[in-house]
Write a protein that binds this ligand. Structure first.
Ligand SMILES: Nc1nc2c(ncn2[C@@H]2O[C@H](COP(=O)(O)OP(=O)(O)OP(=O)(O)O)[C@@H](O)[C@H]2O)c(=O)[nH]1
Ligand SMILES: [Mg+2]
Length: 251
């Protein structure tokens, strides 16, 4: 009998599709060279596979901009919610051959058609503050503000920090905020570990893999909270209209 299965109406017939909450979240990753942007992009989107686009090396790995469109991933608690994370990976600042203007151009170019961007993820590696990085990051932060992407649309993910105690982490974050004059709310700070597990020594495998898993879930959770998207494309168009002779030409 159909009634028992609620098949006496089309609503009943189609009920499976009704209750799935399919969400999309879009973010762009920026950060210094080697900070872990590509590893994070592949892990968080669920495109684990053979992550041979990120690597430990003395040289900058990612050239240009690449978007990773993820699989639909089940929410860890609410099984009827599925989210697709789309992360845009960019070339790291601080590489020898990458000038400040090229950096801005890259960001503007990659955001030019972005009508619903949820957030920016700034990936910061635990390392010494290097000469020149301050200017690069400062320029990017100014540009983000112009585009309407303020602190509430920003997640800062600190990487390469898995060995350090909470005290060391807290101190580093305070130094970072004061050095870059960049205040970011505690809920927007994540300590992540996105090591490419194919690259690490066997004896560290289980502990690092656990750390990576936790970090993936933390970043997804943080992105989930960024419900409101920004029409960045429109803002870029406004800038072009108001100042056709902008110092940084849009590619
Ligand atoms: N120990 C440790 N290694 C990490 C972490 N995140 C990434 N890595 C490693 O750091 C190296 C660089 O990672 P990538 O993802 O290529 O970094 P990137 O920012 O995309 O680098 P570019 O494209 O060159 O700017 C890789 O060997 C990763 O496995 C982390 O949190 N801890
Ligand atoms: Mg990369």
């Amino acid at each position: 009998m159909c009634g028992a299965n609620n098949y006496n109406s089309m609503e009943g017939m189609m009920q499976d599709e009704e209750f799935e909450d399919m969400r999309g979240r879009k973010a762009i990753l920026i950060g210094s060279v080697g900070s872990g942007k590509t590893s994070l992009a592949r892990y968080v989107t669920g495109l684990y596979g053979n992550n041979n686009e990120s690597a430990m090396s003395g040289y900058s790995q990612t050239k240009g901009v690449k978007t990773y469109r993820g699989k639909y991933i089940k929410h860890p608690q609410f099984t009827d919610i599925k989210t697709q994370y789309t992360l845009t990976d960019t070339e790291g600042y601080g590489a020898d051959s990458f000038s400040s203007d090229e950096l801005k151009n890259q960001l503007l170019y990659s955001l030019k058609f972005e009508t619903d961007l949820n957030c920016i993820i700034l990936v910061v590696s635990f390392e010494r503050f290097r000469n020149g990085l301050k200017d690069d990051l400062g320029n990017l932060i100014d540009l983000l503000k112009t585009l309407g992407l303020d602190q509430s649309h920003t997640i800062v993910c600190f990487t390469h920090c898995e060995l350090f105690t909470d005290d060391v982490r807290t101190r580093y974050v305070e130094e970072f905020k004061s050095y870059y004059s960049f205040d970011v709310a505690p809920e927007n700070i994540i300590f992540g570990c996105f090591t490419n597990v194919g690259e690490i020594r066997e004896e560290y495998n289980s502990v690092i893999s656990e750390n990576v898993k936790k970090s993936i879930l933390n970043i997804r959770k943080a992105i989930d909270t960024k419900e409101h998207s920004v029409n960045v494309a429109m803002k870029i168009l406004d800038i072009e209209r108001q100042r056709p002779q902008v110092a940084v030409p849009l590619v």
